[in-house]
Design a protein around this ligand. Sequence first.
Ligand code: IMP
Ligand code: MG
Length: 185
Amino acid sequence: MQVADISNDIDHVLLTHDQIEAKLAEVAKQIDHDYADKDLLIVAVLKGAINTLVGLTEKMAIHAPMDFMSISSYGSGTSSSGTITVRADLTTDVKGKDILIVEDIIDSGFTLNWLIDRLKERGAKSVEVFPLLNKPSRRKYPVSIKYPGYEIPDEFVVGFGLDCDEKYRNLDSIAVLKPSVYQGE
Ligand code: IMP
Ligand code: MG
């Protein structure tokens, strides 16, 4: 899906597909270097991180073992509900692994803060994070971000995995919706 397909819903484009791809290529290179001699396991947070996971790992030159966790801190609306629901857990034992969490966005930090603690509890050797997007102005729970993606303003965004009520995930760029699209919910 491209912006032209849903132009009535879009207020403005924040990041083009090319900008996203450029960031993913840059981070992939760093990961190749940093994890060359490590026991890497990429943990992607479903569902939003899928596009970032694919874009990132196809640009990596080293192997990228991956596993998935489906957790949700949001209901169907546009603000965090403040509790985590685990919908599906990892199938890999993370003990001794060097974990890289791939996320779509870090907002309050609640989700990543929670996940980092759980993975460390399970015996991960190291846990680092790559959130494609970062809304620093919204941070309530501190998270140290080893691989920063793009910093964005405090606006609700969709695309490249990010949804509004399960829609727009397959948009190939990152965009801000017209307020009327979600205020009408
Ligand atoms: P946090 O726990 O507050 O950091 O929120 C992280 C999660 O909230 C992300 O993984 C997204 O699923 C969701 N989220 C946060 N901001 C947005 C947004 O602007 N658009 C869509 N989803 C978002
Ligand atoms: Mg998410």
